[in-house]
Design a protein around this ligand. Structure first.
Ligand code: FE2
Ligand code: FE2
Length: 326
């Protein structure tokens, strides 16, 4: 058991009734112990004295925390023994907010390049008009792609969108897909996240996000902007909305409609590929530096998997074999 002491950012907080009274459940973000080490997000629990401190701790602020790192259900957690709120300036808080490594101006320029490369004049005009929409200009560059699971950082939506646009523009000729439709579908699929999740510290769901969700919000914006393109065909609007409504791929994952075109199927899989790979990357190692646990899928992740030079030469399964009585 490792003892942890330090300053952390409160990403989320909830008080839940347990068998022995209320418990405080939080997601905390710690800064690395050395400069340039990445931010570390960890679920933390306080089981005692919750009534006394729960109201003094606020989401989006900093606290001082002491506790022990434990592994529970395969996941690393912090069992807190002491917490107290800290007063911090906005600049001090910003140092705890995870951010994309993609520079905003370059990223937005790259996005514009993809949209300028569309061949169909109506789709191209529509795409560029979406990008120039004041609300999208204001929100898209800093929006996270998710609250928690993947690309959950400032600029995450832009990074995630650029990843899938790059993959999409490469696979379109391989699979014989309509490149214009595919790229627009990829650009639009999560655009509703601009309104669904707040990009301010904590990445909380907005009221409209909770009430109607990012698919509806995206469809609404697409309809709104399409009316600004003179003579934009109604059929185009529905095909673009189809990308948004079907991109989760299955009813069980929140899509009200299943992908009905090859391009929509490709949007679903490229979105999923980018999200899943990012989710695996962000898993923290907990067993030495070798393995981490991804709670969502209940899967162990081998952290050394991408680096053959770090693999030792012990044959798999032989290293620690113990024979009864030996
Ligand atoms: Fe989505
Ligand atoms: Fe997505």
């Amino acid at each position: 058991m490792k003892t942890v002491k330090g300053v952390a950012f409160v990403k989320s907080k909830s008080v839940q009734e347990g068998k022995n009274g209320p418990a405080l459940f939080m997601d905390l973000v710690f800064k690395g112990t050395q400069p340039n080490l990445p931010l570390q997000e960890v679920p933390a629990r306080l089981w005692e004295g919750v009534d006394r401190v729960a109201t003094t701790i606020q989401t989006g602020e900093l606290l001082y925390a002491e506790g022990q790192e434990i592994v529970f259900n395969g996941e690393t957690q912090l069992r807190l023994t002491r917490i107290s709120p800290l007063k911090a300036t906005p600049e001090e808080i910003l140092a705890f907010i995870p951010k994309s490594t993609v520079p905003v101006t370059e990223g937005m320029d790259k996005l514009k390049e993809y949209l300028e490369s569309l061949e169909d004049p109506s789709l191209k005009e529509f795409g560029l008009m979406m990008l120039a929409d004041p609300e999208i200009m204001d929100r898209f560059p800093s929006a996270p792609a998710a609250k928690k699971n993947h690309h959950a950082f400032v600029g995450g939506l832009l990074e995630h969108t650029l990843e899938i646009l790059e993959m999409g523009s490469r696979i379109a000729p391989v699979l014989g897909l309509n490149r214009d439709l595919l790229l627009l579908g990829l650009f639009l699929h999560d655009i509703g996240k601009c309104w669904e999740i707040s990009s301010t510290p904590g990445f909380s769901y907005t009221d409209e996000g909770r009430l109607v969700g990012h698919m509806y919000l995206g469809c609404e914006k697409v309809a709104q902007v399409s009316r600004r393109v003179a003579g934009f065909p109604e059929r185009y609007l529905r095909v673009l909305q189809h990308f948004i409504l079907s991109h989760h791929g299955e009813f069980a994952y929140g899509s009200p409609i299943l992908p009905a075109t090859p391009e929509a199927m490709a949007v679903h899989f490229l979105d999923n590929l980018s999200g899943q790979v990012n989710a695996i990357r962000r898993v923290r190692p907990q067993d030495g530096d070798q393995w981490g646990y991804e709670k969502n899928r209940g899967a162990y992740i081998w952290k050394k998997g991408s680096d053959p030079s770090s693999w030792d030469q012990t044959p798999v399964g032989r290293g620690e074999r113990k024979v009864f009585g030996a």
